[in-house]
Ligand binder design. Structure first.
Ligand SMILES: Cc1cc2nc3c(=O)[nH]c(=O)nc-3n(C[C@H](O)[C@H](O)[C@H](O)COP(=O)(O)O)c2cc1C
Length: 205
């Protein structure tokens, strides 16, 4: 029984997805060995070739699911090219999966600044030092860049690089999956309707 009362048996009864997502993430935070907020992020490049990698979910509410990254990285360029993405959480300890798909928005400057300010100093320096997804000549070149930015920002504020910010997937669909015996799993998909509410459909496993 989860503390929220949203048990694996009755999750299909809920009417909207966010309370359920919050409950499952909270359960995962207690049962996963690390990074319960780790999520596979899928994007598509300009040729239509899919791409996927892990990111950390850093916020969610009814407006969407937020993560932060370098906008000049492969994922950054892919998202900026079509402003669409998908996410897939898999919590092995709970045998649960959640899938999110939708258009993408860029978080506000204020939101990105607020999150950046919570990051450890080393991570803020790292955001400056890493030309994420571009070829790196050697580990030494990265360490040199870290040393240079550490010297540039020895104390006080470290500004947020303009290429480093957050994306928000605004879900059009959110699907919840829970393992059941004999692969007869429960699947419920919530789809945003034209009134801004959610339609709920049960799917064959
Ligand atoms: C558990 C986990 C969490 C990660 N979180 C992030 C993240 O929040 N943001 C990010 O830019 N990269 C994150 N990464 C690194 C990405 O998976 C990826 O290597 C990097 O962002 C470059 O991806 P790209 O070349 O497709 O843009 C994470 C990796 C792992 C394994």
């Amino acid at each position: 029984m989860s503390e929220t009362g949203l048990t694996s048996g009755d999750f299909t009864e809920v009417a909207e997805p966010f309370r359920l997502f919050a409950a499952w993430l909270e359960d995962a935070t207690k049962s996963e060995i690390n990074d319960a907020n780790g999520v596979a992020l899928a994007t598509v490049d300009a040729e239509g070739m899919p791409d996927v990698r892990m990111v950390l979910l850093k916020g969610f509410d009814e407006s969407g699911f937020v993560f932060y990254t370098n906008f000049e990285s492969a994922k950054g360029r892919e998202i900026l090219g079509n402003m669409k993405a998908a996410m897939c959480f898999h919590w092995k300890s709970l045998r649960r999966q959640v899938r999110v798909r939708g258009p993408v928005e860029i978080v506000t400057e204020a939101e990105a600044d607020a999150y950046y300010a919570t990051r450890p100093r080393g991570s803020r320096i790292g955001a400056w030092a890493s030309k994420q997804s571009r070829p790196l000549e050697s580990r030494f070149a990265l360490e040199k860049a870290v040393a240079e930015y550490t010297a540039r920002y020895p104390i006080g504020e470290i500004p947020r690089p303009k290429y480093w910010s957050g994306f928000r997937i605004v879900p059009q669909t959110i699907e919840f999956w829970h393992d059941r015996p004999f692969r007869l799993h429960d699947r419920i998909v919530f789809s945003r309707n034209t009134q801004g509410g959610w339609d709920k459909t049960r799917l064959y496993p």
